[in-house]
Design a protein around this ligand. Structure first.
Ligand code: RIB
Length: 283
């Protein structure tokens, strides 16, 4: 209304609108917003820093009451730049899913180190000793936290992740597909993919080589998006419950909207909610 200058709009910036994980999360966030009388508007950064910055500066500034931000891959590995961008946003901000390591903003996400550890334990229990990993981009992002949790458990079990089986992916189908040769040529019997889209790319690569899962290779994914597609794919995955994540994020953001205080109190005393992922065993 004019009195409160509220727009009753909440913005959500996602990094990859084609990834069903983010679509499902957006749907849950929309439900929370609508239940409280807000509309959710969605924008896609396509994992690009420049696009995200433009959205933060121009779209959000046109007037929203709050912002959910899932940082672009190019941004969340550069926390200083990201922080500068977020500081200029004239409304409360809650980071979702891709949390920053220095806590300077409210955020809700899953424990990625734990998720990687769950995957490693499962593959070790199954008796694998040549295990590969398709992770992120070599810096400290969510995929690399997963890789770290995974590699630590393998190391403790005396089967360290070998460098030729430790491949950087990109959270996209193509990254998983491109890593197939390295996994097959170096004799991996099991591969942990740091998200399901890369697992799907790897499955395509294996099928083209006449190999099948799990007979020729075990594959573990991350997100549990296959089930949402209704696909009968026998790929064990580390699930992140999007409904739970959306609820936690809305609790954080809604508590800031209209809260007393000048400037950006949410930057001074940030709150973080870290949730536990769980392994969904498909056998
Ligand atoms: O599939 C996209 C991935 O990016 C998810 O696993 C999510 O947690 C993220 O950071």
């Amino acid at each position: 209304s004019l009195l409160t200058k509220r727009t009753m709009l909440i913005a959500l910036i996602v990094p990859d609108i084609e990834n069903l994980f983010f679509a499902a999360l957006a749907r849950c966030l929309e439900e929370s917003c609508q239940a409280a009388g807000y509309e959710l508007v969605i924008a896609n950064s396509n994992d690009r820093r420049a696009v995200e910055r433009d959205l933060l500066q121009h779209v959000v500034a046109r007037g929203v009451d709050g912002l959910f931000l899932i940082p672009a891959r190019e941004s969340y590995v550069d926390e200083v730049g990201l922080r500068e961008d977020v500081r200029r946003v004239p409304c409360p901000v809650t980071l979702i899913d891709r949390l920053v390591s220095a806590q300077w903003c409210d955020g809700a996400g899953f424990d990625n180190v734990l998720g990687g550890a769950l995957a490693a334990r499962r593959l070790l229990e199954a008796g694998h000793t040549r295990i590969g990993c398709i992770s992120g981009d070599g810096r400290e992002g969510s995929a690399n936290r997963r890789r770290r949790g995974f590699a630590d458990v393998l190391e403790q079990a005396g089967v360290p992740l070998e460098s030729m089986l430790d491949v950087a992916g990109d959270y996209r189908f193509d990254g998983g597909y491109a890593a197939t040769a390295a996994m097959v040529d170096n004799g991996a019997t099991a591969v942990f993919c740091c998200n399901d889209l890369m697992a799907m790319g790897l499955l395509r690569g294996l099928r083209e080589r006449g190999l099948s899962v799990p007979a020729d290779m075990s594959v573990i994914g991350y997100d549990n998006i296959m089930e949402r597609f209704g696909m009968q794919i026998e790929v064990t995955t580390v699930e992140q419950d999007v409904a739970q994540l959306a609820r936690a994020a809305w609790e954080l953001l809604s508590a800031r909207i209209g809260a007393p205080g000048e400037g950006h109190p949410w930057l001074a005393e940030p709150r973080t909610r870290v949730l536990a992922p769980c392994l969904v065993d498909k056998g």
